[in-house]
Structure formats: structure tokens, C-alpha cells
Design a protein. Structure first.
Length: 242
């Protein structure tokens, strides 16, 4: 991958992230603090020999921290405004180590590129079960053989999702593979007319799916979001199982 210039590479997909929507969906502007898994990604980036990938980077809090520690970073997000804002915040001396791209998180692929670390913070809630499977398979391929994954996902626990608790437990008892997928979240979030889906992933589901595609779990825990105690994030650090 050429990291000679920092620039915006459009992939033909317009911005789709609604930054003024529900708290669970406003990724780009709510993340003013690094949570535990993001901080571990930044620490790992200091000794990375190959580029690292910030998948769903938003305005680039983790990207900026990794660049400041000397990493070469590939930053990807669907929101063109957020990525352009990231580029304005990168010091000129760091431009040679950054490639920023706007594009569909599902459609993006990297051929013949391997990353030392991949950061994906709270983006899986945007995908249904089949899409989660596809994305995790891509992560494994991009990281193989020695890369590490730093992943977090919104969980179906915490006060914000309390209205879903009964239905979620019922689905789990019935053996549902994706018990946290909600086709229309507005009844749970109090935002009438919001027809967007949300996929909440618990620790057991994340472990199952990561191990199924070949990852070995190093660490796994659930913690409140640093900026919102009502929401819980499941954080996992994993490496490719060889």
C-alpha cells in the first residue's frame, strides 16, 4: 500500500452517517475519549512494522493518536465530512504516513495488503448478521498471519437499551443466532420515525463469530462507554489463529 501522500480517496459512496441522530448512531462526533480497546490499539501501533487500519474512523480520534506515535495509518469511513475533518487535523509532517478513504464499509476490500493492527470501534451495530460475518472474514484476511484485531461493539445491556431486555432474553432462550438484531430501533430509543436497524452484540456472540472465522481471543470484557454510562460496549482483542 502506498503511503506517500495523505489525501482523500473517494470510492463512489456518498456520506451516510447521520451525526445528529440517536446516541447509538452518532459515531463521528461523540467519540471524544479513547476507550480501553482503542487505547490498546494506539499502544500497539507504536511498534507496528506494517500499516494499521482504522475501520470506521469517524473524525479520527484513534487515527490521530496512532499517527502521533509514529504509525502508518489507513483510515476509512463512509462519512466524507468526518474524514475531511480528520485531514484538517493532521499535522503536515504526518501526511506521508496517512491514507484516508471515503467508502462503503461493506464493499471495501484490500487486495494483497496486510495490516499489523485493525481498529473497529462500535461499527458492527450498523450491520445485520450476514454482514457481520462478511466483515469479520475480511478482517481475518487483512490481518493474517500476524496482525491483531481491536474490536468493540454496542452491547444489549445498560440503561439505554432496557426496553429491549425482555425480548433479548427471550430470543437467547430460544436459541436465536443473532438475538440483538432489531429491525427498527425507534420503539427502544424514543426517536419516533427512525426506521434504522441496530445490531447489539454481546460478548458470547462476538467470541463465537470471531473464533468461527479463525481468530484467537486474547482479551474480552464489557465496559460502559467513557462518554455515556447508559451504554455498554463489548471490547475484544484477538489475533489470527495460525
Amino acid at each position: 500500500m502506498n503511503t506517500a501522500l495523505a489525501h482523500l480517496e473517494p470510492l463512489g459512496v456518498p456520506s451516510t452517517c447521520e451525526l445528529t441522530g440517536p446516541r447509538w448512531n452518532a459515531r463521528a462526533r461523540l467519540h471524544r475519549a479513547l476507550d480501553e480497546v482503542s487505547l490498546n490499539f494506539v499502544i500497539a501501533s507504536r511498534t507496528a512494522r506494517a500499516p494499521v487500519l482504522d475501520f470506521g474512523c469517524g473524525e479520527g480520534l484513534a487515527t490521530l493518536a496512532a499517527l502521533a506515535r509514529g504509525a502508518s495509518v489507513f483510515a476509512l469511513d463512509e462519512d466524507e465530512e468526518a474524514v475531511r475533518h480528520l485531514l484538517t487535523r493532521v499535522p503536515s509532517q504526518q501526511h506521508p504516513r496517512l491514507r484516508a478513504r471515503v467508502g462503503s464499509l461493506l464493499a471495501t476490500d484490500f487486495k494483497g495488503v496486510h495490516f499489523d493492527a485493525l481498529h473497529a470501534a462500535r461499527i458492527l451495530h450498523e450491520f445485520d448478521g450476514a454482514a457481520v460475518e462478511r466483515v469479520l472474514k475480511k478482517f481475518y484476511r487483512w490481518l493474517y498471519p500476524n496482525g491483531r484485531l481491536f474490536l468493540s461493539a454496542l452491547a444489549p445491556s445498560g440503561a439505554y437499551w432496557r426496553a429491549f431486555e425482555g425480548e433479548y432474553l427471550k430470543r437467547c432462550a430460544g436459541g436465536a443466532r443473532w438475538p440483538g438484531y432489531v429491525e427498527q430501533a425507534s420503539p427502544l430509543t424514543g426517536h419516533p420515525g427512525d426506521a434504522r436497524a441496530v445490531h447489539l452484540l454481546d460478548e458470547a456472540t462476538l467470541r463465537r463469530e470471531l473464533e468461527a472465522v479463525g481468530f484467537q481471543i486474547e482479551q474480552s470484557r464489557c465496559l460502559p462507554l467513557p462518554w455515556d454510562d447508559d451504554q455498554i460496549s463489548c471490547a475484544v482483542i484477538a489475533r489470527c489463529r495460525i
